[in-house]
Design a protein around this ligand. Sequence first.
Ligand SMILES: Nc1ncnc2c1ncn2[C@@H]1O[C@H](COP(=O)(O)OP(=O)(O)OP(=O)(O)O)[C@@H](O)[C@H]1O
Ligand SMILES: N[C@@H](CCO)C(=O)O
Length: 336
Amino acid sequence: MSPAVNAPLVLPVGLSATVTVPASSANLGPGFDTLGLALALFDDVTVEIVDPEVDGDLTISVTGEGADEVPTDDRHLVVVALRRTLAHLGVAAPGLRLTCVNRIPHSRGLGSSAAAAVAGIAAAAALAADADAPRGLTTDEMVQLASEFEGHPDNASASVLGGAVVSWTVPAVPVPDVAGYRDHAAASAAPSAPLHYGARRVDVHPDIRAYAFVPDVQSSTSVTRGMLPRLVPHADAAFNASRAALMVLALTVHPDLLLDATEDRLHQRYRAASMKESSALVERLRAAGVAAAISGAGPTVLALTPQVLPTRLADAAIEAGFTVRELPIADGVVRG
Ligand SMILES: Nc1ncnc2c1ncn2[C@@H]1O[C@H](COP(=O)(O)OP(=O)(O)OP(=O)(O)O)[C@@H](O)[C@H]1O
Ligand SMILES: N[C@@H](CCO)C(=O)O
């Protein structure tokens, strides 16, 4: 019998790929859902193709962050992204063994879920390439798939591209006009309205240092997105447009402008009630002249500065219960 038309290419048992994916910080103050920064804190994921008769359909071993919390079955984010991408590439895996070494803390605003998606997508692309699959993935396609998975492109594109990123969305169908404004949230929630996602890397000025202040509490991105208003004053939108544009200059050629450039009126104030200690730390750092903002949906605080962080500020944050880490700016996902 001849093989079915368009039958997937089955990956051979024994094939494996390891990928290393960086953490990311989204928003950087004013760039809600657009700006992101890749940070040198990495998850390593190894995917092996196994014989299901011998090793089962799926085994997942997780060490490090989230090891006791993430599901070790078909719901695991890396597996979901991996399988979706293999299907997209017309490739099938008989059985899968995943080994995850997690260093990115979960639900802290450091892009762990986006990193998991990028790991699954990159591993699928690597396996397909090794099996000489007819299709591969371009970097733009990785940004698209990872952003679709995450729902917004800022973290995902930073983990793919590295450095700082400017990302954007293009609605595939006209965005519904609700009460006189374009309802992007409704558009992205509607299954019939897929978005095109784009992103480009900008190289960060070499003097800029990034510090993450990580508290011991978690915050769910979906919960804190629910705290955002549907409408904001035009003056606040205009304010953020100026600061987001300034931020691209500050990140690349004028690090002296970081304090002004990281101001925001669109999201942090609305989420502050759910992360009071982090919001207070942002205020203290900014009052001391350090450009600080909530990292992604929080509660981690990100500080960007052309100087070494003064010890007294680091010590005060540690005293307040934060772990303080300088994290170099990273390149995007790589195959290990
Ligand atoms: N490496 C991983 N493997 C499996 N699941 C993960 C992994 N990383 C994150 N997750 C899942 O994603 C959830 C965290 O997603 P969430 O978007 O709330 O936080 P985040 O991605 O860490 O932060 P942010 O998007 O604000 O930067 C975890 O509770 C876990 O279920
Ligand atoms: N831009 C997103 C990032 C989440 O990591 C938000 O702030 O909700």
